[in-house]
Design a protein around this ligand. Structure first.
Ligand SMILES: [Zn+2]
Length: 213
């Protein structure tokens, strides 16, 4: 007998199937016959509260998503290593030719908390190693947030980390080529899950401004 939460997930799939496979909605017939043509890549956090598809009410086939701890983009590295995030970015930009790449950060990010307060993180080492990608963000946050308030520092570092990921996106040669040749658009968006608000990073000024909703 599957656990209650698994039964709920299977029931959820049943509703999905009734809509897209047994009903009149032909979305999956098209997606299956023609393949996917998403226009947007979203790099989001694995946090269960920040699913980009749920938050944007996106339908099947609309967004290409890669999620990881703290929605980080590592810098471009050639050669060895298992670069799962870089592979997803490459596939979306080079093969799918997405028009926009969004790095999607959020308030109360556990990965950023582990970066700032490693003594509170009881994971086995993978999280700390992965979070080194955001080390420049931690340094900038510590420099600019002088109040000593851990919550303010946490939020500041989340925002700085978004900035770092956008900077790292620029280190991928195929991203730079796509910006130059076909106007690929890079965006940093931050979801304040406490307030239900979105902030956008303006690359020209480096400031975060609320998105009118
Ligand atoms: Zn997170």
């Amino acid at each position: 007998m599957p656990k209650k939460e698994i039964v709920k997930l299977i029931l959820g799939f049943r509703h999905f199937r009734e809509k897209f496979y047994l009903g009149e909605d032909t979305t999956y017939t098209k997606l299956s016959n023609q393949g996917q043509v998403p226009k947007t890549l979203i790099i989001g956090c694995s946090d269960s509260r920040v699913d980009p598809a749920i938050l944007s009410s996106a339908g099947p086939g609309e967004i290409f998503v890669v999620r990881n701890v703290a929605n980080l983009v590592p810098p471009f590295e050639s050669g060895g290593g298992f670069h799962g995030v870089s592979a997803a970015i490459e596939f979306a930009v080079v093969n799918l030719q997405v028009e926009t790449v969004i790095v999607f950060g959020h308030r109360q990010c556990g990965g950023i908390r582990a970066l700032l307060f490693p003594e509170e993180c009881h994971a086995g080492g993978f999280v700390q190693q992965w979070m080194k990608v955001a080390k420049p963000a931690k340094e900038r946050a510590l420099q600019s947030e002088e109040s000593g308030d851990p919550t303010l520092l946490w939020k500041k570092c989340e925002l700085e980390s978004l900035r770092t990921s956008i900077e790292n996106l620029h280190t991928f040669p195929f991203v730079e080529t796509a910006i130059k040749n076909r106007g690929l658009n890079l965006m940093g968006i931050y979801f304040d899950l406490e307030k239900g608000e979105l902030l956008e990073l303006e690359e020209s000024t480096g400031l975060f401004t609320p998105i009118p909703l």
